[in-house]
Design a protein. Structure first.
Length: 168
């Protein structure tokens, strides 16, 4: 790798293979599918926006993405309620509530769906610790199942709001 400098900026040349499946997020993400509800704030003078039910596409401690059939993006903060999988069979599910900011909405012609990104801003109660434990467990399972790159998610994920599958 070559390194160049100019005007106080250091740039490193990367080989193309280093960019493939590169995850440039703050935290490692997991492809675990969690049920969620997005609650929109009531804005004075506007009709109430209904809540949205769906599943995560991928999730990390810094945020999540979801794939939906229609654009549910709204500027500003929303409340996200995540249903964590039971710790073991027969155990009750725990719920994590957080405020998040919707950061992007992209229409994918490949998926014929929208991908929406949310960045967590604050967790209620012990939500951060609960989510962290669930994600660590999911990453261990992904590693145990022999995934080559636990940060890479499959591209061919179908929209989740119309074709919900997985644990309910």
């Amino acid at each position: 790798m070559a390194s160049t400098a100019g005007a106080g900026i250091e740039a490193k040349m990367m080989k193309m293979s280093q960019w493939k499946n590169a995850d440039r997020r703050e935290c490692p993400r997991s492809c675990v599918r969690l049920r969620l509800v997005v609650l929109y704030p009531q804005i004075e003078g506007r009709p109430a926006k209904p809540m949205f039910h769906g599943k995560t596409n991928d999730i990390s401690m810094s945020g999540l993405s979801l794939i939906v059939d229609y654009n549910v993006f709204q500027e500003g903060e929303v409340t996200v309620v995540l249903a964590l999988p039971p710790a073991h069979p027969g155990a009750p599910r725990k719920v994590v509530t957080a405020t998040a900011e919707m950061t992007y909405a992209i229409h994918s012609s490949k998926l014929d769906a929208f991908k929406i990104g949310l960045a967590f801003r604050a967790f209620r109660g012990n939500g951060r610790a609960l989510l962290e434990a669930a994600l660590q467990h999911a990453l261990k399972q992904e590693s145990a199942e022999g995934m080559q790159d636990p940060g890479a998610c499959p591209d061919a994920i179908q929209p989740l709001d119309s074709q919900l599958r997985g644990w309910w």
